[in-house]
Design a protein around this ligand. Structure first.
Ligand code: ATP
Ligand code: MG
Length: 330
């Protein structure tokens, strides 16, 4: 049987990259009646320096956002990672199976550690915790953006290693990536992906952006010195990124949008795109605001989610304990 697991970090506000790259897929899988578990991965969120009050706020905001996007706590398990201690316990076992060179080669680690003088060990072993997140529930499928593919491959590798060391236990997790929406680029640097944690807020479109903020961000998006609108991802990555975003929202192909935008220069085109984005994000933003007015409800959702996650995890965890030799019998 299929079981779906994925996580998202409370490192900031959800942006359209997260939404189109991951969350939209989550909603679809949930509504298809799949067995789905979504985690707000707060343990991952402290791998880089953070402010505790901001983290608390972000956890609630992320909960509100996921509900506003369509996650239904009656159909999905939605919980906060740190409230289920088995994630940390299982990650230790995978830490003892993983090797240092393999971790050093992970692209996300390379990207995120580049600018740091002192690299936290947690950032280095992040993919091990991610492996534990997935395998604790014996998940078979993991819907993620393209930037997470290598991490899922590492999880597969470690599942294999555990199985060959201690006997058949874990299924091989498979990444589900939407090829068209898997990687939305930064508005300020189209060679980088859009990221929650990027210090330049103009690099991304957040789901909670007010219309005027949004318009300003789209206006400031980096394009190039050609004024017509053409879809050439290799030579015109900035314009192509805008067309991709436009295409995701409307379901039209980038080529169809270019036809519609015939005669417009990039400046005018940006106004047209901003309108489309504003109109589509407005209802979600309003729902997020409504949920944010009900913090007690959000906490209850997470508590109930933790209870269900724990129930799902415990049998697997006991099996693992026995297999590695922790279990000495009663
Ligand atoms: P951070 O900068 O803190 O890592 P993030 O924006 O990368 O934040 P994550 O919480 O790490 O967000 O990832 C949540 C999900 O969103 C993952 O499935 C990830 O692959 C996906 N995702 C993140 N950024 C993008 C993007 N630019 N395009 C498509 N999918 C993305
Ligand atoms: Mg990320």
């Amino acid at each position: 049987p299929r079981r779906i697991f994925s996580g998202i970090q409370p490192t900031g506000i959800v942006h359209i990259g997260n939404y189109f790259g991951a969350i939209q897929n989550w909603i679809k899988l949930q509504d298809d009646g799949e067995d789905v578990i979504w985690s707000i991965v707060d343990m991952h969120a402290i791998t880089l320096p953070h402010d505790p009050n901001e983290l608390r706020q972000n956890i609630l905001k992320l909960t509100a956002t996921l509900l506003a996007c369509g996650i239904d706590p009656d159909k999905s398990i939605l919980f906060q990672q740190s409230t289920v201690p088995m994630h940390a316990e299982l990650s230790w076992i995978f830490a003892c199976l993983a090797t240092m060179p393999k971790l050093a080669h992970q692209p996300q680690y390379k990207e995120k550690s580049e600018k740091l003088k002192d690299i936290p060990l947690g950032l280095y072993i992040y993919p091990i915790l991610q492996t534990a997140d997935i395998l604790l529930y014996k998940a078979t499928h993991v819907p993620v953006g393209e930037d997470q593919l290598q991490h899922i491959q590492l999880a597969e590798h470690l599942a294999q290693k555990f199985n060959s060391t201690y006997g058949e236990t874990f299924p091989m997790p498979i990444a589900i990536v939407n090829k068209d929406t898997g990687r939305i680029k930064s508005l300020r640097d189209p060679t980088q992906k859009m990221s929650k944690s990027c210090s330049d807020v103009k690099s991304r479109i957040d789901l909670t952006d007010e219309p005027d903020v949004l318009l300003n961000k789209v206006k400031k998006a980096i394009t190039d010195f050609t004024s017509e609108i053409t879809y050439e991802p290799e030579v015109r990555p900035g314009v192509a990124n805008l067309l991709n975003i436009h295409s995701m929202i409307t379901g039209k192909t980038p080529e169809e949008i270019c036809k519609e935008a015939e005669g417009l220069d990039t400046g005018k085109y940006k106004l047209m795109l901003a309108d489309v984005i504003i109109e589509n994000l407005n209802p979600i933003r309003k729902r997020i605001e409504q949920y944010m007015n009900e913090p007690q409800y959000l906490k209850e959702v997470l508590q109930e989610g933790a209870r269900k996650a724990e129930l799902t995890a415990i049998t697997n965890w006991l099996e693992v304990r026995n297999k590695v030799g922790y279990g000495i019998g009663t």
